[in-house]
Design a protein. Structure first.
Length: 306
């Protein structure tokens, strides 16, 4: 196990280095000069060149990248071009809001999609099964930006039940959470149903029923635990995706998270902010995947890592 964890950590470090290189090069391929965006429109070419030198953009690209890596080793993500403060500060200021929204979406998914998938498998080919799978197909088919706009139109504009934007009360979480969780709930519900159907056909489930165990004990203690590996895999990967991919939802609801922050930073060519957000999102994704792999050994003792 220790050897496996060490190997995964090495792979994770190499992955993060590759992400830094990809992000660094890709951002600088985007048209637009940060120096010109910072300065007034009537700034002279000499002033632009001076600003580029101040920002360190006048050096060769490979020099900028190695200086960026050197600073990262010291936990320095650079200075924001627009705010003039360490880039990590506005990111950490916005990060809690994105974490709360992502965890709310994940909690809603587990609370709704997993039981729905189990019931659909137990009541296969019934009206509940048909309705749940149709809802899941709808959830996977509808773009979340369109769903968010429709929820705002119905529940905020017409009915006036819920606020349109902001994050001050729990009522502000309802619409963004549902919007962000819609696709994941649909995916997990379908996956739970298919996994449970496969497990319920196994001999040990029939044996547990033959021993006279209650249906809930058979489902929750025996069937679900063995069907949980693909569910845990998807939920774990999607939590990492939610942390870094809530951009559309945060934009629609004007949510004060890192998704909205990174969109604004891209428009302003604020490279340090974008790089900090993407690197932290990649780190969260890699860490969650490692935790999911380790959780496998608890769900299925037959799994051993070398």
């Amino acid at each position: 196990m220790k050897r496996y964890i060490l190997r995964r950590l090495i792979h994770s470090v190499l992955t993060l280095i590759g992400i830094t290189l990809f992000t660094f090069v890709l951002l600088r391929m985007v048209p637009g000069d940060p120096a010109r965006l910072i300065l007034p429109e009537n700034a002279s070419q000499a002033e632009v060149q001076q600003m580029r030198k101040l920002l360190g953009l006048d050096r060769p690209l490979y020099v900028q990248y190695f200086l960026y890596l050197r600073d990262l080793l010291r936990a320095d993500f650079g200075t924001s071009f627009q705010y003039g403060v360490p880039a990590i500060e506005p990111v950490l200021e916005r990060l809690p809001q994105t974490i709360r929204l992502s965890l709310s979406a994940a909690a809603l998914t587990i609370a709704v999609a997993v039981p729905a998938g189990i019931l659909a498998a137990v009541r296969r080919q019934t009206l509940f099964d048909l309705g749940a799978m149709l809802a899941a197909i709808f959830g996977q088919s509808v773009p979340n930006f369109w769903l968010g706009l429709m929820l705002i139109l119905v529940f905020s504009v017409h009915m006036r039940w819920l606020p349109v934007s902001g994050a001050t009360t729990w009522w502000h979480y309802v619409l963004p959470t549902v919007t962000l969780a819609a696709y994941l709930m649909a995916l997990v519900a379908r996956l739970t149903r298919s996994s449970m159907l496969e497990v319920l056909r196994q001999d040990y489930v029939r044996t547990a029923r033959a021993k006279g165990l209650a249906q809930r004990v058979v489902l929750w203690r025996h069937a679900l635990k063995n069907a949980a590996i693909p569910i845990v895999t998807v939920v774990g990967m999607q939590i990492g995706t939610l942390l870094g991919g809530a951009v559309v939802t945060e934009t629609v609801f004007n949510w004060p998270g890192i998704g909205k922050l990174v969109i604004d930073a891209i428009w302003r060519r604020d490279y340090p902010i974008v790089q900090a957000v993407l690197l932290l999102s990649a780190f969260a994704f890699v860490a969650i995947n490692l935790l999911v792999d380790l959780l496998y050994t608890y769900l299925d003792p037959r799994i051993r890592y070398q």
